[in-house]
Write a protein that binds this ligand. Structure first.
Ligand SMILES: O=P(O)(O)OC[C@H]1O[C@H](O)[C@H](O)[C@@H](O)[C@@H]1O
Length: 554
């Protein structure tokens, strides 16, 4: 039984919660444009820098007092205590009775990290060493396929945390990837995903990485079986060992699937799926970028960990990002949060953060099972810039919703194409400025000077921009393994801090189980002959429609 089970989280009954509501009422009329005009030091006061990563949080509806009160809220939620418990390897994932130590995955060699009396850092580095040795063999052409040819393609078979993180990071770090080893990610149980990937590949030179923490996820196991069948058309059963490796915390299931545990890379139950990119789940990533770059990625994550665990709350990037998010979510009632990377390589980053945040904090009960009477994690969404400007920014500029957002902007590109990077950056900065400033009636009138009265009446309201739409800008020198490590760890800690404030266990995910159970029930019914009456009328009707229209294959 967890030692924490007796405590209840009633942060919304705390005096600071009420004071923050009062403060919101007292300051909500403030416009950021005026705040900037009044205080030329606003950027100086509201930005932080760490190793070439800058967090500008000045374009938010906050004052110095807002931050003081939000820090008091963090104190009331015992943030310092929960940070110490997290770092100390205590079982902060109370519903699963597990420690949460993804920070140990990026801790340097030789620095012990204790969990249940065991130095898990040794285990971490032992696996990292095995991964590095394996990657060097594959990348160097020493690990060969059954016909003696070197591996040219790696297919990662995994879903959720066993896909999104490594995929997003692999795409972002493409400039660091091997030119001779291509890594593909297949996640969906929709056969199209696997089939369309395999149609370009040769079984003689393809290596499959079956990535599943539990090794029970049906989508991944079905894809792995289909991949094995595809491989077996060319290679024999004895050759499977050269073409299939596994990443899992479940050795018996890996063995039962037919993969030699010698070809399994281990991780542990104290690594949550959506926090596992840094672990052996990053094997496909390491195959792509090599062990040295992977080590730089871990070092970047560790740099952010050191900052997070040591900086005072009012100068702590993840804490600030989290508190400002809580300000809008909880006290302004904002429902969503957008993430816009102005970098083509980061185009899958919002999807990864979507899982990280929504699977962690999309919960309606507290960590002890108590009902929470306030809104918790926001809907996370986003798209790469500038494409997003040409798609949905209309709503951000002139819609009726408050949509806080993060702009992630590298100052340098790996692909300098005739000054285009400056255009990209100019667009990012301009958007944050426009969202903040808005456009006043006087400014709009100046643009419309000379228009006849009727046209002016119609057009003037269309040309007004209310502004006061908040954004954070995360500017980085260049997208490198190190800076991406910092960026990802920044978001992981942000999510943790928000979870602490809302009293949530950010490390379980009971909400995804129910749909899986029902899918397992419906699957056999799709091919039964007798009328389907076991569900509600809608579900029965859909099952009948499938039966009428589905053409059996195979
Ligand atoms: O790595 P696996 O055990 O295959 O799990 C893959 C994913 O599926 C689950 O349903 C969870 O929602 C995710 O958190 C997890 O990352």
């Amino acid at each position: 039984m967890s030692p924490y089970v007796i405590r209840y989280h009633d942060i919304n009954a705390s005096p600071i919660w009420a004071r923050l509501h009062q403060h919101q009422r007292a300051t909500r009329h403030l416009h950021m444009r005026e705040l900037f005009e009044r205080d030329p030091e606003r950027f100086a006061r509201f930005h932080l820098e760490l190793d070439g990563l800058l967090l500008d949080y000045s374009k938010n509806r906050i004052t110095g007092r807002t931050l003081e009160l939000l820090v008091e809220l963090a104190d009331a939620a015992d943030l310092a205590g929960w940070m110490a418990r997290l770092k100390g390897g205590e079982r902060v994932n109370v519903s699963e009775n597990r420690a949460v130590l993804h920070t140990a995955l990026r801790s340097p060699r030789g620095v012990p990290v204790w969990c249940d009396g065991r130095d898990v850092s040794r285990d971490v580095h032992a696996v990292l060493d095995r991964m590095a040795a394996f990657c060097r063999r594959v990348r160097g052409g020493d690990w060969r396929g059954f016909s003696g040819r070197a591996i040219t393609d790696v297919v990662n078979l995994g879903i959720g945390g066993s896909d999104l993180g490594p995929l997003a990071v692999s795409e972002a770090l493409a400039p660091y990837a091997s030119p001779t080893l291509k890594v593909h990610y297949v996640s969906n149980v929709d056969g199209a995903h696997l089939a369309r990937t395999l149609e370009r590949l040769d079984p003689q030179t393809t290596l499959f990485v079956v990535a599943s923490k539990s090794f029970t996820t049906p989508e991944t196991l079905l894809n792995a079986e289909a991949a094995r069948a595809w491989f077996r058309r060319a290679g024999g059963e004895a050759d499977v060992a050269r073409h299939f490796v596994a990443v899992s915390s479940n050795a018996p299931a890996v063995r039962a699937f037919g993969i030699d545990p010698a070809n399994m890379f281990e991780f542990w139950d104290w690594v949550g799926g959506r926090y596992s990119t840094w672990s052996a789940i990053g094997l496909s990533l390491m195959l792509a970028i090599g062990p040295e770059h992977f080590a730089d990625f871990l070092a970047g994550g560790h740099a952010m960990d050191r900052h997070f665990f040591s900086a005072p709350f009012d100068a702590n990037m993840p804490v600030i990002l989290a508190l400002v998010g809580v300000w809008y979510n909880t006290f302004y009632g904002a429902h969503t949060h957008a993430i816009m990377p102005y970098d083509h390589g980061l185009r899958r980053f919002p999807a990864h953060i979507q899982q990280l945040d929504m699977e962690s904090n999309g919960k309606r009960v507290g960590r002890y099972g108590e009902r929470l009477d306030f809104d918790t994690g926001p809907v996370i969404w986003g798209e790469e810039g500038v494409n997003s400007q040409h798609a949905f920014f209309q709503l951000l500029h002139q819609g009726t919703r408050l949509v806080p957002s993060d702009f992630i902007v590298p100052m340098n590109s790996h692909y300098p194409v005739d000054g285009q990077h400056a255009v990209l950056v100019a667009n990012a900065f301009a958007q944050t400025e426009a969202l903040m400033r808005g456009k006043t009636e006087a400014e709009a009138l100046a643009e419309l000077a000379g228009l006849p009265g009727e046209a002016l009446d119609m057009l003037l309201p269309q040309k007004l921009f209310p502004g006061n739409q908040p954004s954070n800008t995360i500017a980085i020198d260049r997208l490198t393994p190190y800076s991406l490590g910092m960026l990802l760890a920044l978001y992981e800690h942000k999510v943790f801090v928000q979870g602490v404030i809302w009293g949530i266990n950010s490390f379980d995910q009971w909400g995804v189980e129910y749909g899986k159970q029902l899918a397992a029930r419906i699957l056999p019914q799709l091919s039964e002959a007798e009328p389907c009456l076991r569900h509600d009328a809608s579900t029965n009707g859909l099952i009948q429609f499938f039966r009428r229209h589905h053409e059996r294959q195979g």
